[in-house]
Design a protein. Sequence first.
Length: 365
Amino acid sequence: MKITDIKFAKLSVPLRTPFKTALRRVDSIEDVIVMVETDSGAIGYGEAPATAVITGDTHESIIGAITTTMKPKLIGRSIEDLNDLIHIIQNAIVNNSSAKAALEIAIYDLFAQHYKAPLYKILGGGEPTISTDITISVDYIDKMVQDSINAVEQGFETLKIKVGKDIGVDIERVKAIYAAVEGKALLRLDANQGWTAKEAVFALSKLENAGVQLELVEQPVKGYDLEGMKYVTERVHTPVMADESTFGPKEALQLIQMRAADIINIKLMKTGGISNALKIADIAELHNIPCMIGCMLETSISVCAAVHLAVARSHIITKVDLDGPSLCTHDPVTGGVKFNGPDITIADKPGLGIEQISGLTPIEG
Ligand SMILES: C[C@H](N)C(=O)N[C@@H](CCC(=O)O)C(=O)O
Ligand SMILES: [Mg+2]
């Protein structure tokens, strides 16, 4: 099976409610879909969101990086040579992690299709169903409480509460949500870099002293502030998870060696795809550091790849934040993964199992 072309399309899917974090507000998922065509007729699918405030990637940079630095080296190459193809993608350009992720996902999809097995089986196998949390956007306290109650009624047992705006209001937000759903849902916080280290210790200590039980706090301080992450990790009981502080395996290793976090959030759009995500999982396992599998604002194409990875590494990827498709008004993908409330199930089909994507607008590469 040889690569004959790489094409692009745009996929727009409105969100059910605006997604609001300390960093940004988004009303609609607008992602680049990558389609790798082969001489066998098989197509591999990948996806990349333009999360400029976190990864630095835009639609133009994603398409430009693939078209100018990766595509010319991949056309004519055989899908069976997976490791060579990964090497080409990872070394074609620095950074550009979302572009690398989208293309790698499509190549892994084809590799598994070639061997006629679901991707998670190629990655080592596992139980093909996992459960995700759901995000509660940062908002007025009453709205966040109501959104949390609604999520629990829909069957979600873990809520990812966005904070990181105003420290005083954040404390009240979390207390009010905890009072409303105590005993019915586990709470994890995500400050998306919005606090200083001292603010984080202040807020988390206040919550701990008030008896609020939190599963974890994600990225309390700026991504580059590893000393700040360490400061918080050393001073609070709540486990601290690194998100924006860890992109690839090198950052993961540095973070672990500094003891700057207790948990790592692996996202394909930060790692540059599946190969580096596997490396992080291995490094984390060596150091007994649990991981979360996370996503940006992605539909069930790239989230499908993340599910396959998480299933195949479930002994170290023990936490799941793959709610991108749950936040959308509809799922434009047929095949792939099926969402039923918090539960996500993999189709028993070769590769990612994606059959059709509706609403694609072709883009010239
Ligand atoms: C969608 C997911 N639950 C999430 O919160 N992901 C990111 C933010 C993604 C974005 O801003 O697009 C996170 O910080 O964990
Ligand atoms: Mg996060």
